[in-house]
Design a protein around this ligand. Structure first.
Ligand SMILES: Nc1ncnc2c1ncn2[C@@H]1O[C@H](COP(=O)(O)OP(=O)(O)O)[C@@H](O)[C@H]1O
Ligand SMILES: O=P(O)(O)OC[C@H]1O[C@](O)(COP(=O)(O)O)[C@@H](O)[C@@H]1O
Ligand SMILES: [Mg+2]
Length: 510
């Protein structure tokens, strides 16, 4: 790969080019595109590692321990002698291997953003007996957390002969306020069959100094952090503090979000399991609705700011007549509103199924319930129960203003879909994530989140994961597919469409 940084260097190794403290001395000018982090002022020192090549090729690289620790020794990767791997053709990922962010491209136009491809490297930056790893899980539950924990422990042990892995109990605050647990392959053997996280989790409690002190005091040199957007923000701050102290500690993030709200990656683990689990409730709602005159089955699903679970569960089921998500505003009364649509559907079919994401219609609730701006310990807005509210509004409307007698059954599925163990495909996905994270840390990469981009696992710098939330784009084809599958009105005004197009171009630019 012919690579240049601001037109001034070519043919250099990426890690060499960005032995970062030298880059200003060398007169290089990596693109100074630091992003706004929403409250993480500390990250202002972190500069993206950008390498440009021919024909608009851009590699957005991840940090490496050798960026800030000179003369680090390297070692032959022990996988070279592992009978399972040594027979695999091209087992090691080449230094120049990258993954394209977009596979669909307008001919010869624009830049082509790439990430570093995940996987084992020929040389590693840790000796097996030197590694002291730890794993922590933060934020809400998600199917697959235990599988990732298991596979990090087993991957370190079986592939790299690493014996010392600590479990940090109870999320970030566990670093400084709880005892740790020693994780061995035997200890984690069966945990993928259980929902939740064997390590426990929490919100809030992110104290950077105390966490990094604990890492330093315990002699930990690889930190695996499982969590959603909030957790990855926390991981980015931890990484920066570790780098400031000049510690040889690799920080690897594994994205966890049942809402699928993390950008760049194709999909988050546990999402498929959640969608599958939602099918059972939608089926139940459908059975209830079809068994009684003018039956309405209403199912509330998770999705704080992103309606992916509701959208995919609806598309998968085909029994849903209306899907309401946070990204698509709707209204109740008058022509084109929800009540009118319900009446029409009941007249046509005699029953109806509605799926609603927890974050949908919050602006309508605030108008009628005078909401207070309460937050959870992590600073996430606490939402009002849209399911109960809308059930009541529908009942009131049909009892008072319409002559139609309805029978509404409300199923709140919120926590049911995230406490279950992960399904087969999520288990495989979790295994790949865990192994990619282990390979990356062993190879000395740090300050990265791992995840599939167009089907290939890649190392993605933290700032790309946390700068925006991944949301359903309602001017996109997927939402159009949903509308044509349910036949529901779009509820959109011209103003909403313009707003949505703006969001779409923001997302495309991220
Ligand atoms: N901006 C931030 N900076 C540092 N830590 C954060 C930040 N946002 C969230 N965290 C921490 O990350 C953890 C999980 O965040 P939370 O938003 O609850 O869940 P999730 O990671 O699933 O989005 C919490 O311990 C929280 O304190
Ligand atoms: O676990 P809590 O605090 O009740 O929070 C529920 C929230 O957790 C989620 O399941 C996931 O949120 P995170 O990914 O931020 O952890 C949301 O869908 C939901 O709003
Ligand atoms: Mg979150």
């Amino acid at each position: 790969m012919e690579s240049t940084v601001s037109n001034s260097v070519s043919n250099g190794s990426v890690a060499e080019i960005f032995a970062s403290d030298d880059k200003e001395k060398a007169g290089l000018n990596p693109r100074n595109g630091f992003v706004s982090m929403g409250g993480i002022g500390l990250l202002k020192n972190l500069q993206p590692k950008i390498v440009s090549g021919d024909f608009g090729f851009i590699l957005e690289d991840v940090p490496h321990l050798s960026d800030y620790i000179p003369h680090l020794p390297t070692y032959t990767n022990p996988l070279q002698y592992n009978p399972a791997y040594s027979v695999v053709k091209q087992y090691f990922v080449d230094h120049d291997d990258t993954v394209a962010q977009k596979i669909q491209q307008v001919f010869l136009s624009g830049s082509r953003m790439h990430f570093r491809r995940a996987g084992p490297r020929q040389r590693v930056y840790f000796k097996s007996d030197e590694v002291h790893a730890c794993i922590v899980t933060c934020g809400g539950l998600c199917p697959g957390l235990n599988t990732v924990i298991r596979e990090i422990v087993c991957g370190l042990h079986h592939m790299y002969d690493v014996k010392r892995v600590l479990g940090i109990v109870g999320g970030y605050r566990g670093f400084y306020s709880k005892n740790t647990v020693s994780l061995t392959p035997k200890f984690v053997n069966d945990i993928h069959k259980r929902g939740g996280t064997i390590l426990g989790t929490s919100r809030g409690g992110h104290d950077t100094k105390k966490i990094v002190d604990s890492i330093q005091d315990r002699g930990i040199n690889q930190v695996y952090i499982l969590g959603g957007d909030g957790t990855q923000k926390g991981a980015a701050v931890i990484f920066e503090e570790i780098r400031r102290r000049g510690l040889k500690v690799a920080v690897a993030g594994i994205p966890k979000t049942i809402d699928n709200d993390i950008p760049v990656i194709d999909k988050s683990f546990g999402f498929d399991t959640a969608v599958e689990e939602a099918q059972r409730a939608i089926n139940a709602a459908h059975v209830e609705a079809t068994s009684i005159e003018n039956g309405i089955g209403l199912v509330k699903l998770m999705g704080r700011y992103s309606g992916f679970i509701a959208m995919y569960a609806t598309l998968a089921s085909r029994d849903v007549d209306c899907c309401l998500i946070p990204e698509s505003p709707f209204y109740l009364e008058g022509p084109g509103g929800l009540f009118e649509y319900i009446e029409k559907r009941l007249k046509e079919n005699g029953h109806m199924v509605i799926v609603i994401a927890e974050g949908a219609g919050q602006e309508l609730l605030s108008e009628s319930l005078h909401s207070t701006d309460q937050q959870d310990a992590s600073g996430n807005k606490l939402l009002q129960d849209v399911g109960l509210w809308i059930s009541q509004r529908i009942k009131d409307h049909f009892s008072k203003r319409s002559k139609m007698a309805i029978n509404l059954k409300y199923i709140d599925l919120m926590y049911m879909i995230r406490a279950v163990p992960s399904n087969a495909s999520d288990n495989v996905y979790c295994t790949l994530l865990a192994q990619s994270a282990v390979h990356g840390a062993m190879a000395g990469y740090t300050g990265f989140t791992v995840g599939p981009v167009n089907g290939r696992h890649a190392y993605i710098p933290f700032h790309r994961i946390i700068e925006k939330q991944h949301k359903v784009v309602i001017t996109d084809r997927m939402w159009a597919r949903l509308l044509s599958s349910t036949n529901q009105p779009s509820f959109l005004s011209i103003k909403d469409v313009i707003e949505a197009s703006k969001t779409e171009s923001d997302l495309l630019n991220c």
